[in-house]
Design a protein around this ligand. Sequence first.
Ligand code: V47
Ligand code: SF4
Length: 370
Amino acid sequence: MLVIENFSTLKEDKSLILEEAFKKNRNLEKIAEKVLNLEPLDFDSALRLYKGGDLFFLGELANKVKEKIHGKNYYYTINRHINYTNICAIDCKFCGYHKRPGEEGGYTLKIDEILEKLKATPGLREVHIVGGLNPKLPYEYYIELVRRIRSTFPEIHIRAYTCVEIDWLSRISGKSVEEVLKELKSAGLNSIPGGGAEVFSERIRAELYPTKISSERWIEIAKTAHKLGIPTNATLLFGHIETDEEIIEHLFKLREIQENTKGFYCFIPLAFIPENNKLSYLPGPSAEKILKTIAISRIILNNFPHIKAYWVFLGIGLSQVALLWGADHFHGTVIEEKISEAMRGEPVIKLPPYEIEKLIREIGGEPVLV
Ligand code: V47
Ligand code: SF4
Protein backbone atom coordinates (compact mmCIF):
# COMPACT_ATOMS: atom_id res chain seq x y z
CA MET A 1 0.00 0.00 0.00
CA LEU A 2 1.30 3.45 -0.85
CA VAL A 3 1.86 5.91 1.91
CA ILE A 4 0.68 9.51 1.73
CA GLU A 5 3.49 11.84 2.73
CA ASN A 6 1.38 14.85 1.96
CA PHE A 7 -1.35 15.64 -0.49
CA SER A 8 0.95 16.85 -3.23
CA THR A 9 2.69 13.46 -3.38
CA LEU A 10 -0.71 11.89 -3.47
CA LYS A 11 -1.73 14.06 -6.40
CA GLU A 12 1.47 13.11 -8.23
CA ASP A 13 0.91 9.43 -7.66
CA LYS A 14 -0.09 7.61 -10.79
CA SER A 15 -2.23 4.98 -9.05
CA LEU A 16 -5.70 5.28 -10.50
CA ILE A 17 -7.35 4.15 -7.31
CA LEU A 18 -5.55 6.77 -5.27
CA GLU A 19 -6.15 9.50 -7.83
CA GLU A 20 -9.84 8.71 -7.76
CA ALA A 21 -9.83 8.51 -3.96
CA PHE A 22 -8.15 11.90 -3.80
CA LYS A 23 -10.65 13.48 -6.19
CA LYS A 24 -13.57 12.12 -4.22
CA ASN A 25 -12.08 13.19 -0.91
CA ARG A 26 -10.75 16.64 -1.84
CA ASN A 27 -13.20 18.30 0.54
CA LEU A 28 -11.66 16.28 3.39
CA GLU A 29 -8.12 17.57 2.79
CA LYS A 30 -7.92 19.75 5.93
CA ILE A 31 -9.28 16.98 8.14
CA ALA A 32 -6.82 14.50 6.63
CA GLU A 33 -3.89 16.84 7.34
CA LYS A 34 -4.86 16.85 11.02
CA VAL A 35 -5.08 13.08 11.00
CA LEU A 36 -1.57 12.78 9.55
CA ASN A 37 -0.24 15.16 12.21
CA LEU A 38 -1.90 12.97 14.89
CA GLU A 39 -3.98 15.95 16.02
CA PRO A 40 -7.32 15.14 17.67
CA LEU A 41 -10.33 15.62 15.40
CA ASP A 42 -13.53 17.33 16.47
CA PHE A 43 -16.71 15.26 16.38
CA ASP A 44 -18.12 16.70 13.14
CA SER A 45 -14.85 16.24 11.25
CA ALA A 46 -14.54 12.64 12.41
CA LEU A 47 -18.12 11.93 11.37
CA ARG A 48 -17.59 13.56 7.96
CA LEU A 49 -14.48 11.48 7.41
CA TYR A 50 -16.24 8.25 8.39
CA LYS A 51 -19.39 8.91 6.40
CA GLY A 52 -17.89 10.66 3.38
CA GLY A 53 -14.37 9.27 3.19
CA ASP A 54 -13.74 6.71 0.49
CA LEU A 55 -12.67 3.22 1.63
CA PHE A 56 -9.13 3.46 0.18
CA PHE A 57 -8.63 7.02 1.35
CA LEU A 58 -9.55 6.08 4.93
CA GLY A 59 -7.30 3.02 4.66
CA GLU A 60 -4.35 5.17 3.57
CA LEU A 61 -4.86 7.61 6.40
CA ALA A 62 -5.28 4.90 9.04
CA ASN A 63 -2.27 2.98 7.75
CA LYS A 64 -0.19 6.12 7.93
CA VAL A 65 -1.28 6.71 11.54
CA LYS A 66 -0.50 3.06 12.32
CA GLU A 67 2.97 3.41 10.79
CA LYS A 68 3.66 6.60 12.77
CA ILE A 69 2.93 4.66 15.97
CA HIS A 70 4.34 1.20 15.14
CA GLY A 71 6.28 1.42 11.89
CA LYS A 72 6.09 -1.96 10.11
CA ASN A 73 5.59 -3.93 13.35
CA TYR A 74 2.53 -6.13 13.78
CA TYR A 75 1.85 -7.94 17.03
CA TYR A 76 0.45 -11.34 17.91
CA THR A 77 0.63 -13.80 20.76
CA ILE A 78 0.31 -17.51 21.53
CA ASN A 79 -2.89 -17.63 23.48
CA ARG A 80 -5.85 -19.74 24.36
CA HIS A 81 -9.43 -18.66 25.00
CA ILE A 82 -11.30 -20.14 27.93
CA ASN A 83 -15.07 -19.60 27.83
CA TYR A 84 -15.69 -21.14 31.26
CA THR A 85 -19.51 -21.09 31.15
CA ASN A 86 -22.18 -20.29 28.58
CA ILE A 87 -24.94 -20.01 31.20
CA CYS A 88 -25.97 -16.39 31.52
CA ALA A 89 -28.58 -14.52 33.54
CA ILE A 90 -28.63 -11.75 30.90
CA ASP A 91 -30.20 -12.18 27.50
CA CYS A 92 -28.47 -9.88 25.00
CA LYS A 93 -30.31 -10.08 21.68
CA PHE A 94 -27.13 -10.19 19.60
CA CYS A 95 -25.64 -13.12 21.55
CA GLY A 96 -26.06 -16.65 20.22
CA TYR A 97 -23.57 -18.08 22.69
CA HIS A 98 -25.41 -18.07 25.99
CA LYS A 99 -28.03 -20.42 27.48
CA ARG A 100 -30.53 -19.32 30.10
CA PRO A 101 -30.06 -20.96 33.54
CA GLY A 102 -31.72 -24.38 33.36
CA GLU A 103 -31.82 -24.42 29.55
CA GLU A 104 -30.50 -27.45 27.72
CA GLY A 105 -26.96 -27.11 26.37
CA GLY A 106 -25.60 -25.06 29.26
CA TYR A 107 -22.09 -25.96 30.44
CA THR A 108 -19.57 -24.90 33.06
CA LEU A 109 -15.92 -25.95 33.00
CA LYS A 110 -14.24 -27.24 36.12
CA ILE A 111 -11.02 -25.50 37.12
CA ASP A 112 -9.08 -28.77 36.63
CA GLU A 113 -10.47 -29.09 33.09
CA ILE A 114 -9.32 -25.57 32.30
CA LEU A 115 -5.84 -26.29 33.63
CA GLU A 116 -5.66 -29.41 31.46
CA LYS A 117 -6.57 -27.37 28.37
CA LEU A 118 -3.85 -24.84 29.18
CA LYS A 119 -1.25 -27.54 29.84
CA ALA A 120 -2.01 -28.96 26.40
CA THR A 121 -1.01 -25.69 24.71
CA PRO A 122 2.72 -25.57 23.82
CA GLY A 123 4.39 -22.18 24.18
CA LEU A 124 1.35 -20.58 25.84
CA ARG A 125 1.93 -16.87 26.62
CA GLU A 126 -1.57 -15.57 27.32
CA VAL A 127 -4.94 -16.89 28.48
CA HIS A 128 -8.12 -15.00 27.65
CA ILE A 129 -10.99 -15.86 30.01
CA VAL A 130 -14.59 -14.74 29.37
CA GLY A 131 -17.94 -16.30 30.19
CA GLY A 132 -21.61 -15.74 30.92
CA LEU A 133 -23.08 -14.61 34.22
CA ASN A 134 -23.88 -17.97 35.77
CA PRO A 135 -25.92 -17.65 39.01
CA LYS A 136 -24.71 -21.08 40.19
CA LEU A 137 -21.01 -20.15 40.15
CA PRO A 138 -19.70 -18.85 43.49
CA TYR A 139 -17.38 -15.86 43.81
CA GLU A 140 -14.59 -18.19 44.98
CA TYR A 141 -14.56 -20.02 41.62
CA TYR A 142 -13.44 -16.85 39.82
CA ILE A 143 -10.64 -16.05 42.28
CA GLU A 144 -9.55 -19.67 42.53
CA LEU A 145 -9.40 -20.03 38.75
CA VAL A 146 -6.98 -17.11 38.43
CA ARG A 147 -4.96 -18.24 41.46
CA ARG A 148 -4.52 -21.79 40.16
CA ILE A 149 -3.61 -20.65 36.66
CA ARG A 150 -1.03 -18.31 38.14
CA SER A 151 0.52 -20.99 40.36
CA THR A 152 0.66 -23.48 37.46
CA PHE A 153 1.90 -20.95 34.87
CA PRO A 154 3.89 -18.26 36.72
CA GLU A 155 4.89 -16.44 33.51
CA ILE A 156 1.76 -16.22 31.36
CA HIS A 157 -0.42 -13.16 30.90
CA ILE A 158 -3.86 -13.71 32.45
CA ARG A 159 -6.50 -11.54 30.78
CA ALA A 160 -9.77 -12.35 32.51
CA TYR A 161 -13.34 -11.18 33.13
CA THR A 162 -14.87 -8.24 31.30
CA CYS A 163 -16.23 -5.21 33.15
CA VAL A 164 -19.65 -6.93 32.98
CA GLU A 165 -18.30 -9.93 34.88
CA ILE A 166 -16.47 -7.68 37.36
CA ASP A 167 -19.77 -5.91 38.10
CA TRP A 168 -21.41 -9.35 38.57
CA LEU A 169 -18.62 -10.42 40.97
CA SER A 170 -19.14 -7.28 42.97
CA ARG A 171 -22.87 -7.97 43.16
CA ILE A 172 -22.65 -11.66 44.14
CA SER A 173 -19.94 -11.04 46.75
CA GLY A 174 -21.23 -7.77 48.19
CA LYS A 175 -17.70 -6.39 47.75
CA SER A 176 -16.86 -3.15 46.00
CA VAL A 177 -15.45 -3.22 42.45
CA GLU A 178 -12.16 -1.99 43.88
CA GLU A 179 -12.00 -4.88 46.37
CA VAL A 180 -12.86 -7.44 43.69
CA LEU A 181 -10.17 -6.09 41.37
CA LYS A 182 -7.57 -6.02 44.14
CA GLU A 183 -8.33 -9.66 45.03
CA LEU A 184 -8.09 -10.70 41.40
CA LYS A 185 -4.84 -8.81 40.98
CA SER A 186 -3.28 -10.45 44.00
CA ALA A 187 -4.48 -13.85 42.71
CA GLY A 188 -2.47 -13.18 39.53
CA LEU A 189 -4.68 -11.26 37.09
CA ASN A 190 -2.76 -9.07 34.62
CA SER A 191 -5.42 -7.34 32.57
CA ILE A 192 -9.11 -7.19 31.66
CA PRO A 193 -10.56 -7.98 28.24
CA GLY A 194 -12.57 -5.40 26.36
CA GLY A 195 -15.91 -7.17 25.99
CA GLY A 196 -19.26 -5.93 27.18
CA ALA A 197 -18.83 -2.32 26.07
CA GLU A 198 -21.07 -3.01 23.04
CA VAL A 199 -22.17 0.51 21.97
CA PHE A 200 -22.26 3.32 24.53
CA SER A 201 -25.77 4.34 23.53
CA GLU A 202 -28.78 4.22 25.81
CA ARG A 203 -31.05 3.85 22.77
CA ILE A 204 -29.30 0.65 21.73
CA ARG A 205 -28.97 -0.68 25.26
CA ALA A 206 -32.73 -0.28 25.80
CA GLU A 207 -33.40 -2.14 22.58
CA LEU A 208 -30.79 -4.90 22.56
CA TYR A 209 -29.40 -5.47 26.07
CA PRO A 210 -31.60 -3.67 28.61
CA THR A 211 -30.46 -5.77 31.61
CA LYS A 212 -26.76 -5.39 30.92
CA ILE A 213 -24.75 -2.83 32.92
CA SER A 214 -24.96 0.72 31.64
CA SER A 215 -22.14 2.35 29.74
CA GLU A 216 -21.51 4.58 32.80
CA ARG A 217 -20.97 1.46 34.92
CA TRP A 218 -18.70 -0.15 32.30
CA ILE A 219 -16.64 3.03 32.18
CA GLU A 220 -16.54 3.36 35.98
CA ILE A 221 -15.16 -0.21 36.26
CA ALA A 222 -12.57 0.36 33.50
CA LYS A 223 -11.43 3.56 35.23
CA THR A 224 -11.19 1.78 38.60
CA ALA A 225 -9.03 -0.92 37.01
CA HIS A 226 -6.78 1.74 35.46
CA LYS A 227 -6.44 3.44 38.84
CA LEU A 228 -5.29 0.13 40.34
CA GLY A 229 -2.72 -0.36 37.57
CA ILE A 230 -4.71 -3.04 35.72
CA PRO A 231 -4.75 -2.33 31.96
CA THR A 232 -8.00 -3.01 30.16
CA ASN A 233 -9.08 -3.42 26.56
CA ALA A 234 -12.16 -1.89 24.98
CA THR A 235 -14.52 -3.10 22.26
CA LEU A 236 -17.25 -1.78 20.00
CA LEU A 237 -19.91 -4.13 18.67
CA PHE A 238 -20.89 -2.64 15.31
CA GLY A 239 -22.81 -3.51 12.18
CA HIS A 240 -26.28 -4.07 13.64
CA ILE A 241 -28.75 -1.24 14.42
CA GLU A 242 -26.31 1.47 15.45
CA THR A 243 -25.92 4.73 13.55
CA ASP A 244 -22.63 6.21 12.33
CA GLU A 245 -23.07 8.98 14.91
CA GLU A 246 -23.30 6.40 17.70
CA ILE A 247 -20.07 4.75 16.53
CA ILE A 248 -18.22 8.06 16.55
CA GLU A 249 -19.67 8.95 19.97
CA HIS A 250 -18.43 5.61 21.32
CA LEU A 251 -14.92 6.23 19.98
CA PHE A 252 -14.85 9.79 21.32
CA LYS A 253 -15.87 8.60 24.78
CA LEU A 254 -13.05 6.05 24.81
CA ARG A 255 -10.59 8.65 23.58
CA GLU A 256 -11.58 11.01 26.38
CA ILE A 257 -11.16 8.32 29.08
CA GLN A 258 -7.78 7.36 27.69
CA GLU A 259 -6.65 11.01 27.79
CA ASN A 260 -7.19 10.87 31.55
CA THR A 261 -6.23 7.35 32.58
CA LYS A 262 -3.86 6.02 29.87
CA GLY A 263 -5.05 2.59 31.03
CA PHE A 264 -6.40 1.15 27.78
CA TYR A 265 -4.08 -1.20 25.93
CA CYS A 266 -6.03 -2.31 22.91
CA PHE A 267 -9.23 -1.48 21.04
CA ILE A 268 -11.09 -4.27 19.28
CA PRO A 269 -13.82 -3.36 16.79
CA LEU A 270 -16.12 -6.43 16.85
CA ALA A 271 -18.08 -6.94 13.64
CA PHE A 272 -21.59 -8.20 14.42
CA ILE A 273 -22.09 -11.91 13.55
CA PRO A 274 -25.73 -12.30 12.51
CA GLU A 275 -26.01 -16.11 12.70
CA ASN A 276 -28.05 -17.90 15.35
CA ASN A 277 -29.25 -15.03 17.51
CA LYS A 278 -32.33 -12.85 17.91
CA LEU A 279 -30.99 -10.35 15.37
CA SER A 280 -30.46 -12.90 12.62
CA TYR A 281 -32.81 -10.95 10.34
CA LEU A 282 -30.04 -8.32 10.02
CA PRO A 283 -27.47 -8.79 7.25
CA GLY A 284 -24.32 -8.05 9.29
CA PRO A 285 -21.73 -5.44 8.25
CA SER A 286 -20.19 -5.40 4.77
CA ALA A 287 -16.44 -5.77 4.33
CA GLU A 288 -16.37 -2.06 3.43
CA LYS A 289 -18.12 -1.09 6.67
CA ILE A 290 -15.75 -3.30 8.67
CA LEU A 291 -12.60 -1.83 7.12
CA LYS A 292 -13.85 1.75 7.38
CA THR A 293 -14.72 1.19 11.05
CA ILE A 294 -11.28 -0.25 11.78
CA ALA A 295 -9.69 2.70 9.98
CA ILE A 296 -11.71 5.37 11.79
CA SER A 297 -10.92 3.63 15.10
CA ARG A 298 -7.18 3.92 14.43
CA ILE A 299 -7.63 7.56 13.40
CA ILE A 300 -9.72 8.68 16.39
CA LEU A 301 -8.02 6.46 18.96
CA ASN A 302 -4.50 7.55 18.16
CA ASN A 303 -3.93 7.64 21.93
CA PHE A 304 -4.58 3.85 22.17
CA PRO A 305 -1.46 1.69 21.81
CA HIS A 306 -3.15 -1.02 19.72
CA ILE A 307 -6.05 -1.73 17.36
CA LYS A 308 -6.85 -5.41 17.06
CA ALA A 309 -7.98 -7.34 13.98
CA TYR A 310 -9.85 -10.15 15.71
CA TRP A 311 -9.62 -12.88 13.07
CA VAL A 312 -12.02 -15.24 14.87
CA PHE A 313 -14.95 -12.88 14.18
CA LEU A 314 -13.64 -11.19 11.00
CA GLY A 315 -12.24 -14.23 9.22
CA ILE A 316 -8.56 -14.65 8.38
CA GLY A 317 -8.62 -12.97 4.93
CA LEU A 318 -10.36 -9.79 6.03
CA SER A 319 -8.20 -9.60 9.16
CA GLN A 320 -5.09 -9.68 6.99
CA VAL A 321 -6.48 -6.81 4.89
CA ALA A 322 -7.40 -4.96 8.12
CA LEU A 323 -3.67 -4.86 8.91
CA LEU A 324 -3.40 -2.34 6.06
CA TRP A 325 -6.45 -0.42 7.28
CA GLY A 326 -5.01 0.63 10.66
CA ALA A 327 -4.96 -2.56 12.74
CA ASP A 328 -1.59 -3.55 14.20
CA HIS A 329 -2.49 -6.52 16.41
CA PHE A 330 -3.54 -9.91 15.08
CA HIS A 331 -4.66 -11.17 18.50
CA GLY A 332 -3.29 -14.72 18.67
CA THR A 333 -3.49 -18.42 18.05
CA VAL A 334 -6.79 -18.70 20.05
CA ILE A 335 -7.22 -22.51 19.49
CA GLU A 336 -10.76 -22.76 20.83
CA GLU A 337 -13.43 -20.10 21.11
CA LYS A 338 -17.01 -20.93 21.97
CA ILE A 339 -18.76 -17.63 21.19
CA SER A 340 -18.36 -17.67 17.41
CA GLU A 341 -18.53 -21.48 17.40
CA ALA A 342 -22.01 -21.33 18.98
CA MET A 343 -23.21 -18.81 16.39
CA ARG A 344 -21.55 -20.18 13.27
CA GLY A 345 -21.93 -23.85 14.22
CA GLU A 346 -18.31 -24.72 13.40
CA PRO A 347 -15.21 -24.89 15.59
CA VAL A 348 -12.59 -22.16 15.38
CA ILE A 349 -9.57 -23.41 13.47
CA LYS A 350 -6.31 -23.02 15.29
CA LEU A 351 -4.00 -20.53 13.63
CA PRO A 352 -0.39 -21.59 14.33
CA PRO A 353 2.25 -18.90 15.00
CA TYR A 354 4.08 -19.52 11.70
CA GLU A 355 0.84 -18.92 9.77
CA ILE A 356 0.19 -15.66 11.60
CA GLU A 357 3.77 -14.60 10.82
CA LYS A 358 3.25 -15.52 7.16
CA LEU A 359 0.05 -13.46 6.99
CA ILE A 360 1.90 -10.48 8.45
CA ARG A 361 4.92 -10.86 6.14
CA GLU A 362 2.65 -11.16 3.10
CA ILE A 363 1.46 -7.58 3.65
CA GLY A 364 5.00 -6.28 4.14
CA GLY A 365 4.90 -6.28 7.95
CA GLU A 366 7.33 -7.43 10.61
CA PRO A 367 5.76 -9.92 13.06
CA VAL A 368 6.38 -9.26 16.76
CA LEU A 369 5.51 -11.94 19.29
CA VAL A 370 4.24 -10.39 22.53
O1 V47 B 1 -18.73 -8.83 24.81
C1 V47 B 1 -21.38 -11.38 21.34
C2 V47 B 1 -19.36 -9.86 21.48
C3 V47 B 1 -17.72 -10.07 23.00
C4 V47 B 1 -21.73 -11.25 19.21
O2 V47 B 1 -10.13 -7.86 24.86
C5 V47 B 1 -20.57 -10.56 19.50
O3 V47 B 1 -8.60 -8.60 23.53
C6 V47 B 1 -20.28 -10.04 17.29
O4 V47 B 1 -14.88 -9.01 23.84
N1 V47 B 1 -21.42 -10.69 16.95
C7 V47 B 1 -16.70 -11.04 23.57
N2 V47 B 1 -19.85 -9.95 18.56
C8 V47 B 1 -15.42 -11.01 22.73
C9 V47 B 1 -14.50 -9.92 23.17
C10 V47 B 1 -13.09 -9.96 22.75
C11 V47 B 1 -12.68 -10.74 21.69
C12 V47 B 1 -11.34 -10.74 21.35
C13 V47 B 1 -10.41 -10.03 22.02
C14 V47 B 1 -10.82 -9.27 23.09
C15 V47 B 1 -9.80 -8.53 23.88
C16 V47 B 1 -12.16 -9.21 23.46
O5 V47 B 1 -18.26 -10.66 21.85
C17 V47 B 1 -18.95 -9.75 23.81
C18 V47 B 1 -19.86 -9.19 22.75
O6 V47 B 1 -19.62 -7.81 22.59
N3 V47 B 1 -20.40 -10.64 20.83
N4 V47 B 1 -22.22 -11.77 20.35
C19 V47 B 1 -22.15 -11.30 17.85
N5 V47 B 1 -23.29 -11.89 17.49
FE1 SF4 C 1 -24.51 -13.02 28.53
FE2 SF4 C 1 -22.32 -11.88 27.48
FE3 SF4 C 1 -24.03 -13.23 25.89
FE4 SF4 C 1 -24.79 -10.88 26.94
S1 SF4 C 1 -23.07 -11.18 25.47
S2 SF4 C 1 -26.00 -12.77 26.89
S3 SF4 C 1 -23.76 -10.92 28.95
S4 SF4 C 1 -22.79 -14.10 27.54
